[in-house]
Design a protein around this ligand. Structure first.
Ligand SMILES: [Zn+2]
Length: 305
């Protein structure tokens, strides 16, 4: 009965919530992928601006600092560059030491060094859309605190140069405490499975995906296994850094990888994406992970081989 009540209250809060609104999604998406962010390449003024925007949002939403950290920034050096992940924390109500990671990388490719016309790699789909989801979910959970488990919201740096930020994050946290990793990458375009769908990498490597599907039963949204098996996408996004440590960490995406002409092009701009579709996918992720966040379900540890 308690479980049924919880389910109703969650769905009720999602329906009534204007928190994951098209307007909020539009604001995050257009800000993070604007020309003034200069393509958010590591080591540039542009990524510093993006970091400051994310920090201000964490502050406005009311997220705490994680553990012993004095700031949202997890700063480190790599190959002469100063890099920083951004980490916000929402403490669980009863299972404080059980952690859920909700993440997306906020770096991108910067500015083209030669050519004419538009030279800025705005990275709207890749991955302002994912960071938009992290911020919107942070706001949603901060306002609907049914999280018995603690949630860590992370914007990873330096994904584009080899999952560097998420690797550093993984080395500085006890993976045994992480119940699940929810990574979000490129959710701005319609999925190859059609409207109201997204796909999940490494679907068969844990039962995380099955839990998501169960929680979405009765809605009009479906999460399906990654259709691009040959691309090995499970190992190509930040979830891999945690999955290698045994964490059931998977990436949600809607990207039509085989026919996305804007992928890693200067044409990856916010205007090519639909904020309403993005907001629907973000809502679906919130519903999909609800039983994990509220401590009812615990996904199996991931199988790498
Ligand atoms: Zn990406």
């Amino acid at each position: 009965m308690k479980r049924l009540f919880l389910l109703f209250s969650i769905i009720h809060s999602l329906i009534n919530s204007q928190i994951i609104s098209k307007e909020l999604v539009t604001k995050h998406l257009f800000t993070l992928s604007s020309d003034s962010m200069e393509g958010r390449k590591v080591g540039t003024r542009g990524i510093e601006k993006a970091a400051q925007y994310i920090e201000k949002e964490f502050e406005r939403i009311g997220l705490d600092k994680f553990g012993q950290m004095q700031a949202y920034r997890q700063t480190f050096k790599n190959n002469g560059l100063t890099l920083f992940n951004l980490i916000g924390f929402l403490e669980g109500k009863s299972k404080k030491d059980e952690l859920i990671i909700i993440s997306a990388h906020y770096d991108h490719l910067g500015i083209k060094t030669n050519g004419v016309g538009d030279l800025i790699y705005n990275g709207a789909n890749d991955n302002a859309s994912g960071v938009t989801a992290v911020l919107a979910l942070a706001e949603y959970f901060a306002n609907n605190p049914y999280n018995e488990r603690s949630i860590i919201f992370v914007a990873f740096t330096a994904e584009e140069i080899g999952l560097v930020g998420s690797n550093y994050f993984g080395k500085n946290i006890n993976p045994e405490k992480i119940i699940a990793g929810v990574n979000i990458e490129m959710i701005g375009k319609e999925s190859p499975f059609g409207p109201n769908t997204s796909w999940l990498t490494g679907f068969d490597r844990s039962d995380f995906g099955k839990i998501i599907q169960k929680n979405l039963e009765g809605t009009n949204y479906k999460v399906l296994p990654d259709p691009y098996v040959d691309f090995e996408l499970f190992f190509r996004s930040d979830n891999a850094s945690l999955a290698r440590l045994g964490v059931p960490a998977h990436t949600f995406s809607t990207s039509p990888m085989d026919k996305d002409l804007d992928y890693h092009k200067v044409t990856d701009e916010a205007g090519t994406l639909d904020p309403f579709i993005i907001s629907k996918s973000i809502r679906a992720i919130a519903i999909g992970i609800k039983s994990i966040v509220s401590g009812i379900d615990t996904p199996s540890r991931v199988v790498i081989q």
